[in-house]
Ligand binder design. Structure first.
Ligand code: ATR
Length: 275
């Protein structure tokens, strides 16, 4: 048998990442001669390390925090979406057949988010409330823009939300701070939270709703206090696990040209995170 092709997720820390389990699950399912590992890279040399991994013969990389900007710097070329969002989470080796080994960068966070959104909200409303204005919010905002939604942006630091709106040229009806969550989310059809407060014991408090949908892009323990409170207030909720599976599946598609079984991986991932 020929040498397996090499893939990995890079991050710091990276030991908690579910990506090796998700991709390994699909490699087994499809009988692929490929290995997917996890590489912990220190931040100070990340972009040079990423370039070295192309020369070392890695076929593809996924990139998690805090290296999405380093990946941006290390890529020789990238999609327009990755350039607009300002972050790369998927790198494909362009030159395995030549000596000109380098990375082509893509962002599958936004397409993964759309897959997760379409599962819970098949008929999208005209507008949504987006909470947060960091890197994750940029990918979500870009995704919502491609579907033509008008957005209300809420962020602790209002100026950062204004900057996000300007840089992505969003259709924004209002920008304000988190104090206005009760009033802005009352009557909203769709609220998306990109701020992870669960790690520090915090949670968002949403007003009561009759039929609103609330998506938190965190998952596991980080998301559960906020999701639980949202359900009690009547919201239909979804966590970030489907987005994680979606971004992984889109990277898999780019690398292997076949569709992996997303629903099976999502069911498996729910079991991995429950235990
Ligand atoms: P990510 O890639 O996860 O989005 P990030 O780019 O560091 O991470 O962005 C973090 C987001 O969480 C920002 O919207 C940040 O608000 P500020 O722009 O005001 O910094 C928000 N955030 C982080 N800690 C927070 C807290 N304790 N309360 C409210 N918002 C918080």
């Amino acid at each position: 048998m020929s040498q397996p092709s090499l893939y990995a997720v890079i991050g710091h820390p990276v030991s908690h990442s579910l990506s090796p389990c998700i991709h390994g699950f699909w490699y087994d399912q499809q009988g692929l001669n490929a290995i997917y590992g996890a590489l912990d890279l220190v931040s100070s040399t990340a972009s040079e390390d990423i370039r070295a991994l192309a020369r070392a013969g890695y076929s593809g990389l996924n990139v998690t925090l805090p290296h999405k900007m380093a990946a941006f710097e290390a890529a020789s070329d990238m999609t327009k979406a990755a350039r607009t969002i300002g972050a790369i989470n998927t790198l494909t080796n362009t030159g395995l057949e030549t000596d000109d080994r380098g990375w082509f960068g893509e962002n599958t966070d936004w397409t993964g988010f759309l897959w997760s959104l379409d599962r819970v909200v098949p008929q999208l409303p005209e507008g949504a409330v987006l909470i947060g204005a960091g890197g994750a919010a940029r990918a979500v905002a870009y995704a919502l823009k491609t579907r033509g939604l008008s957005l209300t942006l809420l962020n602790r630091t209002e100026d950062k939300a204004k900057q996000l709106s300007d840089e992505l040229d969003l259709d924004v009806s209002r920008v304000t701070n988190l104090d206005h969550i009760p009033e802005v989310c009352k009557g909203a059809d769709l609220v998306i939270n990109t701020v992870s407060l669960g790690h520090t014991g915090g949670r968002l408090t949403l007003p009561e709703t009759a039929n609103g949908v609330f998506v938190d892009i965190s998952y596991g323990k980080a998301a559960s206090p906020t999701l639980q409170a949202a359900r009690q207030a009547g919201w239909q909720t979804e966590d970030g696990l489907p987005m994680l599976i979606g971004q992984a599946a889109d990277a898999f598609q780019l690398w292997f040209g076949t569709e992996p079984d997303r629903e099976a991986a999502l069911t498996a991932a729910r079991n991995w995170t429950a235990s």
